[in-house]
Design a protein around this ligand. Structure first.
Ligand SMILES: Cc1ncc(COP(=O)(O)O)c(C=O)c1O
Ligand SMILES: [Zn+2]
Length: 401
């Protein structure tokens, strides 16, 4: 495993020691990246050394922080060739523990929290991150305190409770949940494991970038379409490509990185269209793709920079397009996707139609989770529950705090 040489602020470049737990840059609130001595690793860790290793994200342990992994078998998910589009692959993250790619980030973050001796972790979550934290905290013997919107998919609440987490349902959105964690954490002695407010969820998610390259025979695809809420997956994969170049595993070629969001909450798409370097709060965010209901992503400046550097783009698709894509994947590919994941297919269709991609381009669509966690919401289609979750509610606490 790799010793972290320092943590680096993505805004001011300040270097901080990783000897003690860190959140964000104390000077400007910038996201911190873990940095390793990749020059030495280049000699010690040729990619051939991966042969015969366990098929989990920890096969890349040489570029992950030095600590005993808290693992439930996350990562190395299937890269499925599409049956509908000859040059498209579906990276099926629904097969992770707790049914989403959030397992990777939380496995890494809980590993490091345990390493540092944290006893109580807190998270604001759109749903899937909560379930993942609850599972890894249970496996690590650490307390988990979860704040999520009261209208999250039932599975996210139920699994978190079964894993023994302290669950607070909030009459509001993820931003309201984050505010509550912020207000309570000092008094309660919680370590805040929010998206991009500690350095290690990115480390876990970056393994998706390593896997894309390895599973495509060390060739990067023309494009990667990634459903973006907080943007950690996109940020992590971009970091991985950078590291792989420094390790000599690939050259300077990069995939075009594509953000897809729901037209009911598309702050990154709006900022991209307006040529801005950061986003503004999206008012009255409303979408069935619960994980994309992030009105103001903390790492917006990183995502927008990646879109620019990779010659990518940002696309908003409607909930109807998402549900149509979800049905299509289920019927044609045999993949029952999370709505967030199905948004990738909706975006691909759009980008084929407007010739951003040609049918010859190799494109990886991320299905970030399983549809099985959204049965209550998907059953809405049968007329069970018609109202859309919205933020037009006054934030208030329902749960135990
Ligand atoms: C299934 C699913 N896809 C995508 C996302 C967005 O992820 P990120 O925060 O990495 O952009 C989420 C976040 O909750 C999610 O649960
Ligand atoms: Zn800084």
């Amino acid at each position: 495993m790799a010793r972290i040489t320092y943590l680096e602020c993505t805004k001011c470049g300040q270097q901080l020691s990783a000897e003690t737990p860190r959140t964000v840059c104390p000077k400007d609130g910038g996201v911190l990246y873990a940095r390793y001595d990749l020059k030495s690793l280049k000699a010690a860790f040729p990619r051939e050394r991966l042969a015969g290793r366990a098929y989990s994200m920890w096969r890349y342990a040489d570029v992950l922080p030095e600590a005993t992994p808290v693992s439930l078998g996350e990562g190395f998910t299937p890269m499925l060739p599409s049956r509908e589009y000859p040059n498209v692959y579906v990276k099926d993250e629904g097969l992770n523990p707790t049914g989403s790619f959030k397992a990777r980030g939380l496995s890494a973050a809980v590993t490091m929290a345990k390493h540092y001796g944290s006893k109580k972790l807190a998270i604001p979550s759109a749903g899937n991150a909560a379930g993942a934290l609850a599972a890894y905290a249970a496996a690590a013997g650490i307390e988990a305190h979860i704040f999520m919107p009261k209208d999250v998919p039932t599975a996210n609440r139920v699994e978190s409770e079964y894993y023994g987490a302290h669950v607070t349902l909030v009459n509001g959105l993820i931003g309201d949940c984050a505010r509550m964690v912020g207000e309570l954490k000092e008094k309660e002695g919680w370590f805040d494991i929010s998206t991009l407010k500690e350095p290690f969820r990115v480390e876990g998610k970056k393994t998706m970038g390593y896997e894309v390259a390895e599973q495509l025979g060390w060739k990067v695809p023309t494009g990667i379409i990634y459903p973006t809420g907080g943007g950690v997956g996109m940020i992590g994969m971009w970091k991985a490509f950078d590291e792989m170049e420094q390790l000599g595993w690939m050259g300077s070629e990069r995939p075009r990185m594509i953000t897809v969001q729901s037209s009911g909450c598309a702050p990154i798409v709006k900022a991209w269209d307006e040529g801005k370097a950061s986003s503004e709060i999206w008012p009255d965010a409303a979408t069935r793709a619960a994980g994309l209901r992030v009105p103001k992503p903390y790492g917006d400046y990183l995502v927008l920079d990646i879109l620019r550097k990779s010659h990518g783009t940002a696309v908003a698709v409607t909930d109807d397009e998402i549900l149509d894509a979800l049905r299509q994947w289920a019927r044609i590919e045999g993949i029952f996707a999370a709505p967030e994941g199905a948004a990738s297919l909706a975006a691909y269709r759009r980008l084929l139609a407007n010739r951003f991609f040609t049918p010859d381009d190799t494109v990886v669509l991320f299905n970030t989770g399983t549809g099985l966690k959204y049965l209550d919401m998907l059953d809405t289609e049968q007329g069970v529950r018609r109202e859309l979750p919205t933020s037009r509610q006054i934030a208030g606490i329902i749960g135990p705090y």
